[in-house]
Design a protein around this ligand. Structure first.
Ligand SMILES: Nc1nc2c(c(=O)[nH]1)N[C@@H](CN(C=O)c1ccc(C(=O)N[C@@H](CCC(=O)O)C(=O)O)cc1)CN2
Ligand SMILES: [Mg+2]
Length: 278
């Protein structure tokens, strides 16, 4: 089975649009982008377009590549204190000279729709999630939509990043899976991967995962955003070689990516609801 993230994201966005229309709320998302990385610019455009699609207002702060950490923090502060804004996201990666952790920590946890602030990661790891990072959150939605059981399953997450690997592991623990997190120093990576009922690959290497590395009937979720030898977008998984061996697999494009955006929209509405109660 091929997991259709594009279809599920469209379904969720349509439901969100209806909910927002009748909510009486005016949710508003602010994006911050630093520099001119074409991929980041495209993702931010996609986020504004999704906002328009569902009826979320959006505003964008665009800062030059040579902005200092202090200058970025000042912009974030302005957004924190603007009562009309419910969600703030700083597009990552930031330029190398910027203190990314300081910027993430500066976003008010109540507006942190990316779920990257330590307050929100702490809540997630304590089993009391509020804002869940959009990519792993979107993956959990896909598993639920396709009725893929997690309880008691052996889940292997390859990658320990703050935005994907770590929160993914926390979400799977919260969903009663037995979770192993692998990374660049893991010994016998192939053996670990082959033991997985659910394999989440966030490695960042084009077509790294081949059929020999996965168990027959496993569920394979591909978080990779890479380029193949012809400069075409591809995932971490060698889709053609793996798809016939597994019970379910996400393609790239059209798998996890669209769910990241749909989850961001859901988090923004959630934030607007929380602010309305304050
Ligand atoms: N502040 C954040 N920065 C980054 C995040 C994030 O969640 N918050 N995630 C990624 C990039 N990202 C969103 O920002 C993102 C990546 C990919 C997609 C997507 O829909 N991809 C499509 C293909 C699009 C294409 O043609 O290239 C797909 O997979 O089908 C959406 C969002 C890093 N930074
Ligand atoms: Mg840095």
């Amino acid at each position: 089975m091929i997991i259709n993230g594009k279809e599920i994201s469209e379904k969720r966005l349509a439901a969100l649009k209806e909910e927002i229309k009748t909510s009486g709320l005016n949710p508003c998302l602010a994006t911050v982008i630093v520099g001119e990385d074409p991929a980041s610019q495209m993702y931010v455009r996609m986020k504004h377009k999704a906002c328009e699609q569902v009826g979320i207002k959006s505003t964008g702060v665009v800062l030059p590549e040579n902005s200092t950490t202090k200058e970025i923090l000042a912009e974030v502060e302005k957004l924190n204190s603007d009562n009309l804004i419910h969600g703030i996201l700083v597009q990552l990666p930031l330029p190398k000279h910027v203190d990314t952790e300081a910027v993430i920590e500066a976003v008010s946890p109540e507006k942190d729709v990316d779920g990257f602030h330590p307050y929100n990661t702490g809540r997630l790891f304590s089993g009391m999630p509020e804002f869940v990072p959009c990519t792993p959150g979107g993956i959990m939605t896909l598993l639920k939509e396709y009725k893929i059981e997690t309880s008691g399953k052996k889940a292997v997450v390859v990658g320990r990043s703050v935005d994907v690997g770590r929160p993914m592991a926390a979400l799977l623990i919260n969903a009663d899976a037995t979770v192993t997190v692998c990374h660049s120093r893991t010994k016998n990576l192939e053996d670990e991967m082959k033991a997985a009922d659910i394999l989440i690959s966030a490695i960042g290497k084009a077509k790294f995962v081949t059929a020999e590395m996965v168990k027959s009937g496993a569920v394979v979720i591909d978080v990779g955003i890479n380029q193949d030898e012809n400069k075409r977008l591809c995932g971490d998984v060698d889709f053609e070689s793996v798809k016939d061996k597994v019970s379910a697999i996400t393609p790239v494009p059209g798998g996890v990516g669209p769910m990241t955006i749909a989850t961001l929209m859901e988090n923004t509405l959630k934030s607007a609801k929380m602010h309305a109660k304050l």
